[in-house]
Design a protein around this ligand. Structure first.
Ligand SMILES: [Zn+2]
Length: 78
């Protein structure tokens, strides 16, 4: 961007606070929502790795059973 363009951009921005320019949106700081901490745990039934919220883990993670296996064992088994 040349000097003249920069000055024009500056003027536009000064007269219009909403004007963000051709790259203004890139400079907007995106606030990331705090996500719950997860841990990768191996299910003791299916031996698959699962991402599980830390606060929903059993004390002994070797006994962890993933939701899918919990559903499989608890449902109407035919
Ligand atoms: Zn499982």
């Amino acid at each position: 961007m040349g000097r003249k363009d920069r000055e024009r951009f500056q003027r536009l921005r000064d007269s219009n606070p909403d004007y963000v320019g051709y790259r203004g949106l890139d400079t907007v700081v995106t606030v990331q929502a705090p996500s719950a901490a997860t841990e990768t745990v191996v299910c003791s039934v299916c031996n698959r790795k699962r991402n599980v919220a830390s606060d929903s883990l059993p004390e002994d993670i070797s006994t962890f059973v993933c939701l899918r296996c919990q559903e499989d064992s608890g449902g109407d088994a035919t």
